[in-house]
Write a protein that binds this ligand. Sequence first.
Ligand SMILES: Cc1cc2nc3c(=O)[nH]c(=O)nc-3n(C[C@H](O)[C@H](O)[C@H](O)COP(=O)(O)OP(=O)(O)OC[C@H]3O[C@@H](n4cnc5c(N)ncnc54)[C@H](O)[C@@H]3O)c2cc1C
Length: 510
Amino acid sequence: MHYDVAVIGAGMAGQVTANYLARAGNCVLMLEQNHHAGGNMSGFTRNGFYFDGGDQSFESMGVVFPVLRDLLGVGPDDFIKARYRMVSSDFDFFVDSPEQVEHELCTAFPNEPGIAPLFREVKEVSRFLSANYDPWEFPLLIRGGARNGARLAPWLPRLKKWSTFRYRERACSVIRDPALRQWFSQIGYYRMPYLFFAGFWHIWAYDYWYPRGGMQSLHDRLTAAFRAHGGEALFNTDVTRINLDSSGRRAVSVDTAGGERYHADRFVYAGDYKALVNTVLGPEVFPRRYVRRINDAALTEEIVGVYLGLSMDNDELSGYLGGAHHPFYFPNYRVIFPNASSPEDVHRTMWVALNHFGSQSPSAPKGKSTLTLQTYSSFAWQDYWKNGSASHRRSPEYREFKQRVGMELVELAEHLVPGLRDRIEFMDVGTPLSSERFSRNTNGSTGGWCYDDQVSPVWRLPSLNRIKTPVANVLCAGHYALWPGGVISAAYCGRLVARMMGALGGQGRR
Ligand SMILES: Cc1cc2nc3c(=O)[nH]c(=O)nc-3n(C[C@H](O)[C@H](O)[C@H](O)COP(=O)(O)OP(=O)(O)OC[C@H]3O[C@@H](n4cnc5c(N)ncnc54)[C@H](O)[C@@H]3O)c2cc1C
């Protein structure tokens, strides 16, 4: 069988590209190494409890919803608006608007003069986002055109200023208390620029969503739509190599770990970029300096997830969480990004997110509930979580150690859910090693290249260089191809790549 296009990877990016291409009449093969689609957004069921494995909800920013509406016909009723709650020994509030967050923080820290000036500009960012983004409409930035350009123009100098971490540090320097200043200037991804820090207060309040039925059901629908357009999806199919013709300039086929070979005219790679450069296309295809830069490039932080099946019904658990879907508990205002040499008990004093959608997700057996705890972690920490190496063979020490870390996070979560440990019926811990295994993202990184504007290759290499490869008929999609990485960039990039391949405009062919 010869295909028009082979798409490698069935995360958000691969699924979006594959759907557009198949809908346009192309004969498309989608190859995924995992047993189901979703990548960092996939879910799983154990002992009757359903869990979202990685991403727990997502922003649309005028990108994800229009793409999903286009492909699946979804509407607002298909999504639940996620509610965030922030809890520390000083405050306990819902993130319902930047104004209300400011009010809560000013009440919690009456002697801190910096909060009002800090939030003056946060509210300006919120005004920018309100004026230019609607979850269900492509934003002006993408729509283009002279009129839209004119509407955006007044914001451009501020956008430039807001796009660095350095400016964030400056803006947060108005906070007098050193611990609080560090909290404001560091929470989120490591050295995340000001726009993202300020924008998140707006996005948490107005634009964070959870698909009814869970993340996996959303991805299963995308796979079903792809198949309905005649696409062929193969799971448990690990692509080890994209083969080139004798000129070395055109790709002709892919090989899989299972020994199969599939031929196609064009290829879209929507998996880990470091693997593309080092093995799948191979370093010989890229300039040597570029290979070095890609290998040196820092990635977004890794996460540890604790998946709990509880002998507690949804109402009781929701009661403890105050009805929030994502309460964050901060035992202090230190911001820690664990690394290989962090101490063994590093997670004990870190923030923890408690994620729960109750009866609104596929959830749990009757009278029971699921709760997922998450915080930042590190792939290489404590000699690869006492596994001794990154190998997929897991040692008994690794299994025991990850359970211990899981219980440390349970202990933190007990500040919101008293007696949580006594209600656990099922518990599993997903380490960054597990994330790498299931999503293939190097080190189990969550969202592509790191968000630090000084370090990320996005400023040093034009971003389109990562959609195009030196091989003309191989394009890349996904959270490495467009910075900053996330569900938005994956969905947008998936659509962009399909458009570059002529699929949006009826130019497809069978
Ligand atoms: C815990 C967590 C929380 C997150 N929170 C948010 C959030 O709040 N908001 C947000 O926007 N984003 C969030 N993200 C990030 C977001 O989920 C990802 O950026 C996005 O889903 C990436 O989609 P993708 O398709 O580019 O890549 P992936 O989801 O990584 O999918 C790549 C797919 O390709 C497959 N693959 C890779 N290599 C091969 C191969 N050689 N052969 C076959 N298949 C292969 C993988 O198995 C995988 O299924 C979060 C991620 C995690 C893990």
